[in-house]
Design a protein. Structure first.
Length: 158
């Protein structure tokens, strides 16, 4: 279900008044054979610069930069699974419609429904939609420090 998402971006005019700088549809891309994502915005520094006129969606190709953020809408196909992965970010996710399962390498599985959220803190995880319906989510990824467990660095897989 490749989709488009409307994205409204605000900014300031030369006198400092709030204005809409962009109002457009953003195309989704194929994140995997069973998932589509729309990259709505990103930053490449933290804290971000709200006077930068660059289109934030053009800053990244995949996830949050080493010192930035990323904002996505993702759609998950019915009866599908997105492969296990670990990112170097803290990820805030909200299910907008449908259901999505977070599958952790410990064997734990957490089912999330519409309006429910997850805070993903650099864990190895997969996403699974075990229903016959599409699931829509929104994610904000924020760069994090390198993960170190028991003195050993843990590398991201994405």
């Amino acid at each position: 279900m490749k989709h488009q998402a409307r994205r409204v971006v605000t900014g300031h005019d030369s006198e400092g008044r709030s204005i809409v700088t962009s109002d457009s549809l953003v195309e989704a891309f194929e994140a995997s054979p069973t998932a589509f994502a729309t990259r709505l915005w990103a930053t490449d520094e933290f804290p971000s610069d709200n006077t930068d006129d660059q289109d934030g969606a053009q800053l990244i190709e995949t996830l949050a930069s080493d010192n930035g953020t990323a904002f996505y809408i993702a759609d998950w196909a019915p009866n599908s699974e997105f492969p296990a992965h670990r990112t170097r970010s803290i990820d805030y996710g909200v299910v907008l419609s449908g259901q999505l399962e977070a599958v952790l390498d410990s064997g734990q599985v957490v089912r999330l429904g519409a309006g429910e959220s997850i805070v993903q803190r650099g864990t190895l995880h997969a996403w699974r939609n075990s229903t016959d319906e599409w699931t829509r989510t929104v994610f904000v990824l924020i760069a994090s420090r390198r993960l170190v467990i028991d003195g050993q660095p843990v590398e991201p897989t994405m």
